[in-house]
Design a protein around this ligand. Structure first.
Ligand code: SF4
Length: 64
């Protein structure tokens, strides 16, 4: 099963363009800190479409 657990798939993850410098800003809106999409923490709260994907993969695994 794919591992969806990371900040990028969390409801609290915010990605926005950095207007001053080129690139992106990644923030955790819950904790108020900068983060990275690939970071993994226990405070993870998956987005609804990620929950659906995980459920789908679980069902697929059960039926195979
Ligand atoms: S730090 Fe925790 S709450 Fe914030 S985006 Fe990452 S997993 Fe989600």
């Amino acid at each position: 099963m794919r591992d969806f657990h990371c900040c990028a798939t969390c409801v609290n993850f915010l990605a926005k363009k950095n207007e001053q410098e080129r690139g992106m800003i990644y923030r955790c809106t819950r904790l108020g800190y900068d983060t990275r999409p690939e970071y993994k923490f226990d405070c993870w709260d998956p987005k609804p479409h990620v929950i659906k994907l995980m459920e789908k993969e679980k069902k697929k695994k059960k039926s195979s």
